[in-house]
Design a protein around this ligand. Sequence first.
Ligand SMILES: [Zn+2]
Length: 439
Amino acid sequence: MMAQFFWSSCVGGRGRHWTKWRNLCLPETEGGLGFRLLEDLSLALFSKLWWNFQTKPSIWKDYMRNKYCKHAHANVVMWKVGAGGSQVWKKMLQARDFIEHQILWQVKGGSASVWHDNWTGLGDLYTITGDNVEWYDTYTSVNELIKYEEWDLTVLEDIFPHELVEHILQHIRPPSHRGEIDTPCWMLDAKGAFSVKTTWQYIRHKDEDNRIYKWIWTKGVPFKMAFLMWRSWKFKIPVDDRVRRWGVQGPSKCWCCERPNQETLAHVFLKSYTANRTWSYFCSFTGINTAGLNLRKVIMLWWGPDIKKDMKPYYRVVPCFVTWELWRRRNKMKHEGKKTSLPRPEMLKELDAYRTKMNVTKVIWEFPLTGWVKYNTDGASRGNPGLSSYAFCLRDDKGDIMYAEGKMIETTTNTVAEAKAILEACKHCNQSNHTRIII
Ligand SMILES: [Zn+2]
């Protein structure tokens, strides 16, 4: 449904789907458009249910366990086909198979299951160590593997392969907080906290990063232009020779020339008189020589490593811009019958506008040293002089906001507003008991 909407602007529309929805649901850097697959999102949400089921005591958890697990450990319960179980439980089990090994149990009292919970960081030992049936019933929870508050070496060597015993001795403290429940940690997060976001990142359909896509989606380029560039890069444009492959027959005739040629992607975007002249015009400013190259190669020259560093963002826009203008002209001539030429000097001016838009200096906020706090202040005036306001915020050495304030002030200039912001930050600072302060 969403794919239909995207390609034809209405649900139930019959616009051609140029690529699998699955491929559009990749981040831009991996060649997609940044949509999200519903099935990935749904799986991430059921993973959250699974996490809650496994890690948080609740009546719901007890109910589900009694109903679906009986005496078995939840990690090995199978979905019974045709047994008429709940769909929620079914989805939870699917999620389990994706993420259970990412739940690490930090040993406290040793309540984790020896065989099924991931308490070593290596996954479930039942699978890893193979058919260890002889020990399976003898030892259930991790706190049964100790003797006098230390790991019971004899037992460990009996039931695990030697390397695993080494690993345990080196990395895992024996259970010492008697009676305490082990702590669940989400391995995909540095602080061990579960989130749907990290889960989704982990399970989602992926493809390799490709720098080409980073260049196609250059900051500052309007979506429509970048999208066309993306489509021409992937040969997903309805020129005649493409349309033919879907079995649509008819004479091929381009719309860009006085004496029509066969319409191909290369013709429209590179070889036709207009296209050729347009590229030459832009290339003449840069010394790029495109003679004899195919479209992708020409585009790569503009994106490539030979461009001076400070001009790079600007040059990256050029192919998007040129293909966009060529395509627009072709469509005008085809659908509106208008004969138009490409006013190249005007194009250059328009392109120049992008340069100014994109000339943004990157400001990076630096963390204060440990134990220090940092105020950032700002003042602004609409009209200058005009309606003004100030704002400031206070952050600790981890970058977390501790305090923030913003107010309207009298009609004044932006310099006064900026100064006022600093003054108010100082006042706040004066009342606090911080001693190491950056403003
Ligand atoms: Zn032509």
